[in-house]
Design a protein around this ligand. Structure first.
Ligand SMILES: Nc1ncnc2c1ncn2[C@@H]1O[C@H](COP(=O)(O)OP(=O)(O)OP(=O)(O)O)[C@@H](O)[C@H]1O
Ligand SMILES: [Mg+2]
Length: 191
């Protein structure tokens, strides 16, 4: 078990390092392709309530997808993290001006936004650091997403956008790790 934790941490650091070395143009090109793939998917097209994330540093840039949600009148919610409880609340954003800099330097919704309270989530687009072909996931290591997902009564469809360099042969899993339904890279869908 200790060895699994060490291996997760090793993979997390290695992939974060490799991701940070991607050239900006490569990142932009891959992000455009990934967003296009998600926009064309059935899951996205039928979804009315979508949970997503605000891209941070070199994460896959899904801002074009968020803008498309506004154009298509889909409701888009993004997380605000509470450090003390290591929990997240999702708030609906209607434009970029609904964001402000929050914990960890990540852009977060302002408290004046509508918070998500009812159970309905059609699609959740989740960030992550490393993934494998069994759709296991490693995040930043604080358990925010594992904790959030474990509390949902109805699991939405879980999609993770990722660069192909984030796909590794095998991720050791711990009992609380929540697997995804699909991983979308610039080269393929894993589902
Ligand atoms: N459902 C849960 N309830 C309580 N604690 C949890 C839960 N899920 C995960 N944790 C705790 O969170 C910590 C970090 O988990 P893990 O290493 O899997 O992070 P991660 O998957 O990289 O992070 P994240 O989910 O934020 O992307 C672990 O110590 C674990 O005990
Ligand atoms: Mg985990």
């Amino acid at each position: 078990m200790e060895l699994d934790r060490d291996e997760k941490e090793r993979l997390r650091q290695e992939i974060l390092r490799r991701r940070s070395q991607l050239a900006i143009e490569e990142r932009e090109q891959a992000s455009r392709k990934i967003v296009q793939e998600i926009l064309c998917s059935k899951q996205f097209q039928v979804a009315e309530i979508i949970f997503a994330y605000i891209p941070f540093r070199d994460e896959v840039d899904i801002s074009a997808l968020i803008e498309e949600c506004w154009r298509m009148d889909k409701q888009i919610f993004v997380p605000k993290a509470d450090k003390a409880s290591r929990s997240m609340t999702f708030y609906r954003i209607e434009s970029w001006s609904d964001l402000e800099k929050g914990n960890y330097g990540i852009m977060e919704p302002k408290r004046s936004c509508l918070s998500h309270t009812n159970e309905k989530i059609d699609l959740m687009i989740i960030p992550g650091v490393a993934f494998d072909r069994k759709r296991n996931r490693i995040g930043y290591g604080a358990g925010y997403y594992d904790r959030y997902l474990s509390r949902l009564n109805h699991k939405p469809f879980l999609m993770a956008p990722a660069y192909s360099l984030q796909i590794v042969p095998k991720i050791p899993t711990e009992p609380w790790d929540q697997p995804l339904d699909a991983i979308i890279t610039e080269a393929e869908w894993i589902y």
